[in-house]
Design a protein around this ligand. Structure first.
Ligand SMILES: Nc1ncnc2c1ncn2[C@@H]1O[C@H](COP(=O)(O)OP(=O)(O)OP(=O)(O)O)[C@@H](O)[C@H]1O
Ligand SMILES: [Mg+2]
Length: 485
């Protein structure tokens, strides 16, 4: 039953219209039928009353009418019956010229016997003869004279009227259904335009970057309901566009601030380092604590310099600065980076899995080198000595994949996405000095995203595998598209 109820507004409107029209047609049909029936019966009754008991009375004098009564002036089909003491003595029906004796069954006779002789017309069903309107009058010599007129003509007229009405109503319903469907479709067309606009807006990438929200609903006539919906939607789109514009401006300012701040920090940092190095080069004797302090200043300014470079790189990637584009041999890059890592971490076992053919992609070689170096540094710094680290490169149908897998302690599954966030580290307890800053993987993801690729980590106890997938050709650089951090 639920499936039969129409769902769309269009279907519901048309169905409602048709149901109402069908009800109206049914009411009109019943009313006209009843009125027509009443009118026809009244006409038959008038005829009956004016015919009176002449025809059945004439049946008594059989010699005069040759046994068929006096049919003169009687309508065709007129029934004459004479009852004497409850028995049918004579019965005739006016046919073309003469009265013919009808074959009245016992039941018909019983029906006729029950008609009260009060001069009021009644409808009776006389088996073979069908429905008759009969009128019974008391005769002159104690008999009862019944005159009947057939109803089949009136019934046929009534049936014809009903048939005609049924056809007329069916045609009206069909025409209304078709015309109503067209009309409702036309009337609801503005609603389709509202839906189309909303759908187009929903498909826009609103999450980040600069968004031009130019879509508007064309129908905004406040006198119509759809116009009101359209105007409300347009107002909402205006607010959303405004908010998105503001958000973009704030983002831009923040990025510019981060880039400027990192950039501005470089110069004083370089000065601090330079001065520390200069002071350490002094040959004159220097108290131990002073030399130690100068050593610390030197080491920490190096660390801070790296941090500032990382921040500057992220700020630049955020701002969508175009990357250099050149052919990068990932196999060579893996060999070089692993060589560096082996030198930095001789206590780890370093393995390379490379295909026969070199695997190349188009991209920014120094940035990609930094990505691999970050992954290798993590595999060295966040795993105990003796861990085996495997660097593998393999070609993909439309690019290449590089994985850095280790059999170290691994990363809890719930932290695997979080570690790609800026300044996020899996082991929060470790001191900053030993644990790094937490920007390494953020840079990995930002650089790979800027190349149109993806970066992630798979893991199970005893195995951690960081992977990056790069397309053979990075997409054309669009200024102002911020890669996800
Ligand atoms: N191979 C790995 N095994 C276990 N944990 C890892 C591994 N690689 C990364 N991690 C975890 O992920 C965290 C984030 O790594 P990420 O490189 O972003 O920062 P970091 O190494 O702590 O600092 P940075 O790289 O900026 O010096 C690390 O702090 C570490 O807890
Ligand atoms: Mg790191």
């Amino acid at each position: 039953m639920r499936r039969l109820t129409p769902r769309t507004l269009r279907a519901r409107l048309i169905a409602g219209l048709l149901v109402l029209l069908a009800l109206a047609c049914a009411a009109v049909g019943v009313a006209t039928s009843l009125a027509m029936e009443h009118f026809l019966l009244e006409r038959v009754d008038q005829q009956l009353v004016s015919a009176g008991g002449r025809f059945p009375a004439s049946l008594e004098h059989q010699e005069e009418s040759r046994g068929r009564g006096d049919t003169r002036g009687q309508a065709r089909g007129t029934l004459g019956v004479r009852l004497l003491n409850g028995t049918v003595t004579d019965a005739a029906v006016v046919s073309s010229r003469y009265g013919a004796e009808p074959r009245l069954t016992a039941e018909d006779q019983a029906v006729l016997r029950d008609v009260p002789a009060d001069g009021v017309p009644r409808t009776v069903d006389l088996g073979v003869l069908d429905d008759y309107r009969v009128l019974a009058l008391p005769g002159a010599d104690g008999d009862v004279l019944i005159t009947g007129l057939p109803l089949h003509e009136a019934e046929e007229t009534l049936h014809r009227l009903q048939l005609f009405e049924a056809m007329l109503f069916a045609a009206a319903l069909a025409v209304t259904g078709v015309a109503g469907a067209v009309w409702v479709r036309l009337a609801l067309r503005p609603l389709d335009r509202v839906t189309a606009t909303a759908r187009r807006v929903a498909e826009l990438p609103l999450a980040s970057g600069e968004v031009t929200l130019a879509e508007r609903v064309p129908d905004t006539d406040p006198r119509t309901e759809t116009g009101q919906v359209g105007a409300a939607l347009n107002r909402m789109l205006g607010h959303v566009a405004d908010a998105l514009g503001r958000r973009h401006a704030v983002e831009q300012r923040l990025r510019a601030f981060a880039a400027d701040a990192s950039h501005e920090l470089r110069t004083p940092l370089a000065a601090i380092r330079g001065h520390a190095e200069l002071a350490l080069r002094v040959t004159e004797p220097m108290p131990g604590p002073v030399r130690h302090a100068l050593d610390r200043i030197d080491a920490e300014s190096v660390r801070m310099g790296e941090l500032v470079e990382d921040l500057l790189l992220l700020a630049r990637l955020d701002a969508g600065r175009p990357l250099a584009r050149g052919e990068v041999d990932l196999t060579r890059l893996a060999i070089e980076a692993t060589g560096d890592a082996r030198a930095a971490g001789p206590d780890h076992r370093w393995r390379l899995e490379l295909p026969q053919e070199p695997v190349t992609v188009t991209g920014d070689a120094p940035r990609l080198h930094q990505v691999v170096a970050n992954l290798l540094a993590n595999a060295r710094l966040h795993t105990p000595a003796g861990t085996t680290v495997t660097v593998a490169v393999r070609p993909l149908p439309d690019g290449a994949e590089l994985t850095v897998a280790d059999d170290g302690p691994g990363i809890p599954a719930e932290l695997r996405e979080e570690i790609f966030e800026r300044f996020s580290r899996a082991d929060k307890d470790r001191s900053r000095a030993s644990g790094g800053t937490g920007l390494g993987l953020a840079i990995v993801r930002a650089v790979v995203s800027a190349h149109g690729g993806t970066a992630g980590v798979d893991g199970e106890p005893g195995r951690t595998a960081f992977w990056i997938r790069l397309p053979a050709e990075p997409p054309a650089v669009e200024a102002e598209t911020a890669p996800p951090s």
